[in-house]
Design a protein around this ligand. Structure first.
Ligand code: SF4
Ligand code: SF4
Length: 202
């Protein structure tokens, strides 16, 4: 196991322990708190499907290149592990744990399975990634799409950028108060994000 796999595995196990320890009603409350974010994610999905399906099919999916998933060690926030664990079934979470416990070789992301990404709600950094070729081919020629995409990129910050109370920070805080800690709690341990928080609050 790589250090990345170990960190991811420990966090996933911790999140599953936390979710198992709280009541069904508390889990439902957490899920209800995701509704805006999931609606945003659906909007991003719809946008990608509408504007990028053809080019991504042509360039990557038909030849199984999955160039988007050729990176190893992508940044994943702690909150994303909770969100995914709340939305995925236990078989899907077992599958994630399984790939994290096996030797990972090659240049593809450890979470890339035969049918695509193993996450139910994949990390936001993956969801919002556009390669230069795709971005230039679609957004350069289409100001309406450009404007819509820029709005979605701005909207992402409403959930992730802690210059105000945001979902990603809140989910970390809930687990910290329950006695858990993880290196993936970037809203609480990244010097850059802590600075953003301080400046946002002042
Ligand atoms: S965004 Fe670029 S790298 Fe990713 S699937 Fe589409 S064409 Fe491939
Ligand atoms: S987490 Fe999923 S979408 Fe992101 S790079 Fe890995 S396989 Fe691809």
């Amino acid at each position: 196991m790589t250090p990345y796999q170990t960190e991811q595995l420990q966090t996933l196990r911790m999140v599953r322990r936390y979710l198992a320890q709280i009541s069904e009603a508390e889990r439902e409350t957490l899920k209800e708190g995701l509704s805006d974010y999931l609606a945003f994610r659906n909007a991003v999905d719809a946008f990608q499907e509408h504007y990028f399906r053809d080019i991504c099919n042509r360039k990557c999916y038909q030849n199984k290149l999955s160039a988007c998933c050729s990176r190893d060690g992508i940044i994943i926030f702690f909150a994303e592990v909770i969100i995914n664990a709340l939305m995925a079934d236990s078989a899907a979470l077992e599958r994630l744990q399984d790939v994290l416990t096996h030797l990972h070789e090659g240049f593809k992301c450890v979470f890339l399975g035969h049918e695509g990404c193993l996450w139910r709600i994949k990390p936001i950094v993956c969801e919002m990634f556009l390669c230069d070729a795709a971005e230039n081919a679609v957004l350069k020629e289409n100001p309406v799409a450009r404007k819509r995409w820029d709005a979605l990129v701005r909207q992402k910050k409403e959930y992730t950028w802690p210059d105000r109370p945001v979902l990603f920070d809140t989910l970390e805080q809930i687990c910290i108060e329950a006695g858990y800690t993880s290196p993936l709690m970037f809203c609480h341990n990244s010097p850059g994000l802590l600075r953003v928080k301080r400046q946002g609050i002042s």
